[in-house]
Design a protein. Structure first.
Length: 94
């Protein structure tokens, strides 16, 4: 699959968004511990850099213009068992 066919972040789930926010909290704690005042969350960065709108990171990534319509509608993981899904993730095929 070519990069132009990937959806990148538009399929971010609620749980994926929460994971991004948890990483941000950890990065912020580390940043402050190291004495930096330059920390910027993913939400802040995306709002400033790309002018994305939304109540949270999942909404911002899923509903912005640049992420819509890029890539295949389906990745074909529906119905895979654990072994098939693992092979798909690790090797790109099932």
């Amino acid at each position: 699959m070519k990069a132009e066919q990937c959806k990148f972040y538009s399929d971010t789930t609620v749980m994926g968004g929460r994971l991004i926010e948890a990483y941000d909290r950890e990065r912020e704690r580390l940043s402050r511990h190291l004495g930096s005042r330059a920390f910027q969350s993913t939400v802040e960065f995306d709002r400033r850099s790309y002018e994305y709108q939304g109540k949270d990171i999942g909404t911002m990534l899923g509903e912005n213009y640049w992420q819509r319509g890029i890539g295949p509608e389906e990745l074909g993981v529906d119905g895979m068992d654990t072994g098939q899904l693992l092979a798909y993730v690790m090797q790109g095929s099932n």
